[in-house]
Design a protein around this ligand. Sequence first.
Ligand code: FAD
Ligand code: GLY
Length: 366
Amino acid sequence: MNRSTSAIVIGGGIIGCTVALELAKRNMHVTVLDKGALGQEASTAAAGMLGAQVETHHPGPFYELCAASQQMYREWARELQEISGVSPQYIEQGIVRVALTEEDEAELRSRLPWIRNAEWIDGADARSLEPAIADAARGGLYFGRDHQVHPIHLMNALRAALSRIGCEAREWTPALRLIVRDGRVTGVKTTDGDLYADHTVLAAGAWSPALLEPLAVKLPLFPVRGQCISVRTDAPPIVRTVFTKGCYIVPKQDGTLLIGATQEEAGFNKKTTVSVVSELHRRATALLPALSGAEFVSTWAGLRPGTPDGLPYMGQLQEAPGLTFATGHFRNGILLAPVTGKLVAGLLDGDQPALDLSPFSPERVQ
Ligand code: FAD
Ligand code: GLY
């Protein structure tokens, strides 16, 4: 690929920015469009867990995709910091996944035959790892390789890296519709005029389907709201992330504790509600009683790009030459960024994918 090849990436979240960076590293001329500021949506609402183990409930292609991205993360974060000069706050502490009920314990035990990088721990082991965990903990799984980053710092690093590598980011420039000439996607109509490129990448998160209107292509994808709160205690009660069914608590470098998250289908509504905030705090306190008197810091919500089968869309369609899909990463877009960037950039460059992409192809919903 050379500088005379061009791409437009619609959507400046973690997925669009990572794909753009990979394309720019391959010497392509890249323009990223965002309807607002880069990273203002799901990507900075996220908790930042790199939970290949904790977030996977079945073996299969999705687990392998998550595991591949997790393996790439440390080096990817290091390189990103080197290019940008900004630390994404990659923290090498694992996740203690605790069961508080018999049913949850059974679900965790059912993963043991296939899950890798996991160790069964009883309640006392869990408390020896993290002494603040409640006595009610029945035991669970310790995922030592499920590290974390800080999504806001990660997006700052990506923004700086794109600028340093010469990738044009057009913020506050919504894509209005795809331009289709003789059946091929040749560009994008924006509020700032028409743009043309050899390739267009659709990475608009939960908003992706709206842009497909000129094509006879289906893309079942919907927003799934996640509400979170941030709290602080006098002394940080945990160093690792602790996670139970319906609630996780992620300790951040600045001493705050991120408590997440709901999973609600409420359209494009990003409101937070008092009842949810108090319920999240109740669940967090059941897991870590030390949070009962915590100082409230903030609350927010983000819209995950959900798909009916829970898998992302990565690939191209015969019906839409010129267009590449990189969307629908639901609960795992932060984790899946490095592998998505490499695979999607490779598709535009004609590489043989390192992983079988057919389970993630948008072909499956046509
Ligand atoms: P987004 O970040 O939503 O980006 C899409 C971008 O497209 C936006 O910036 C938007 O403005 C832009 N856009 C939309 N329409 C247009 C248009 N017409 N023109 C131009 N631009 C447009 N993942 C993890 O791996 N680990 C976690 O711990 C984690 N925790 C989460 C916690 C919460 C509460 C939530 C909500 C999500 C969490 N996720 C997590 C999931 C992760 O945040 C998402 O999968 C990821 O951010 C999706 O990235 P994206 O770039 O596809 O979407
Ligand atoms: N991956 C955590 C969440 O989506 O809430």
